[in-house]
Design a protein around this ligand. Structure first.
Ligand code: NAD
Length: 384
């Protein structure tokens, strides 16, 4: 078993998710590589204390990420910090020759993402990926197999999105994710957008142009002291793209909905693909179900609901009939990262983490979406 020694920069919500996945690595059955967390860094001592208590492999605990980057026993870094810090820490990590799993949006804006991509291109021996876990849900792996096997035929339409309702309460106190200085001008697109783009980008469905509607529904929120302060990020974004698939030279509409304020939706990630031969749709609201409509088999327009179990890309000790959850998706994503780092290619096309080039495309899309809303026009994303 090969070991990749990790340092974590940013020991908040996502840093702990990684620690939890690494701690139950024995859940995976035939993988020949495992992560070991040897160093942690956070500016908040309480966040570090959790790691001190819970992760016995940690030998370095620091509040300065440069100490961690200077540590020769660190092979790879997971960086999960607020968006305003992505550029500086990612660039320094890559230039320190540490492999990097970064968090989305991979730079607070397009300029920051360009700087990160420049570091990636200057360090071809460093393996760099961005986190996105939803494609690892078994129903999505099955849907992705259908894309890979060209089962849909010509595409009629694609809809993807991520809907939350966590900001429905206008009295919920503000945090860094609701302030553009830390979260970025993209607002909800920076937070949730990559999740809706990973599968379409990997499929080669490239947005040519976008018309976006952005909403700031709660412009002021209380701070920790109860004073009302400006909440200057976009809560909701609706994007209509004209997508192009180079391999089939075909264009089709792709809608993306990214909502922090979506009544009735706690954490709904969805992907719907409508093709001329078959259609398929998945929603995390009913996470074990994959719906398929196969025109060639059904005389009727009848959707079939397939009950999925634990049919994961990376095999686990869990029996195949048992249901799958968010932390299982995180574990699968980490397996994909270390597998590709060691083997030089993903286990399969849709069992790989987001590439830096895919993050660059997401920045082109979100930057065009901002301009679209500002000007009320359809804005080009890439030149075909
Ligand atoms: N993949 C996902 O599903 C998912 C989910 C949530 C968040 N995220 C992303 O993960 C990243 C972090 O989000 P989070 O929810 O974990 O946030 P968080 O606020 O829970 O954690 C961020 C941590 O970074 C630390 N930090 C801040 N400045 C630092 C510095 N200079 N040096 C070291 N540490 C510093 C904070 O103290 C905090 O502990 C963001 O990019 C976010 O978009 C991804």
């Amino acid at each position: 078993m090969q070991v990749v020694r990790f340092g974590i920069i940013g020991c908040g919500l996502m840093g702990r998710e990684f620690a939890s996945a690494a701690a139950r690595w024995l859940h995976l059955v035939d993988i020949d590589v495992r992560p070991e967390i040897v160093a942690v860094c956070d500016s908040n001592p309480d966040a570090l204390e959790w790691f001190r208590r819970n992760v016995p492999t940690v030998t370095q605990v620091t509040r300065d990420y440069r100490d961690l980057l200077a540590n020769d026993s660190v092979d790879a870094v997971y960086c999960a910090v607020p968006h305003n810090l992505h550029e500086q820490i990612y660039v320094e990590t890559i230039n320190a020759s540490k492999h990097l799993m970064g968090e989305k949006p991979f730079g607070i804006d397009k300029r920051a993402n360009d700087a990160i991509l420049e570091a990636v291109n200057s360090n071809p021996n460093v393996f760099v990926r961005c986190s996105s876990e939803f494609p690892f849900v078994p129903a999505m792996q099955r849907l992705c197999d259908m894309i890979e096997n060209d089962e849909f035929g010509d595409l009629i339409a694609v809809n993807t999105g991520f809907l939350h309702s966590s900001d429905l309460d206008p009295n919920k106190p503000i945090n860094w994710k609701r302030m553009s200085a830390y979260n970025g001008e993209y607002g909800v697109m920076g937070d949730l957008g990559m999740h809706a783009c990973h599968v379409p980008f990997r499929a080669g469905w490239i947005p040519q142009n976008v018309r976006a509607i952005l909403s700031n529904l709660v412009p002021r929120r209380p701070d920790k002291q109860g004073n009302l302060v400006e909440c200057d990020t976009w809560d909701n974004a609706t994007l209509l793209c004209e997508a192009h698939h180079l391999a089939s030279n075909q264009s089709f509409p792709w809608t993306i909905r990214l909502f922090r304020i979506a009544p009735g939706e706690k954490n709904t990630w969805y992907c719907e693909v409508y093709g001329i031969r078959k259609c398929a749709r998945y929603s995390s609201k009913n996470t074990n179900a994959l719906e398929i409509l196969d025109y060639s088999k059904c005389g009727e327009q009848a959707w079939q609901q397939i009950d999925m179990g634990h049919e994961t890309a990376f095999k686990t000790v869990t029996g195949s009939i048992f249901e799958f959850g968010f932390s299982d998706a995180i574990l699968q994503m980490w397996a994909a990262f270390v597998y590709e780092l060691v083997h030089g290619k993903p286990l399969k096309k849709f069992a790989g983490c987001v590439t830096p080039q895919e993050t660059a495309l997401s920045h082109q899309l979100f930057t065009a979406a901002l301009e679209s809303y500002r000007t009320g026009t359809t804005v080009p994303v890439v030149n075909s």
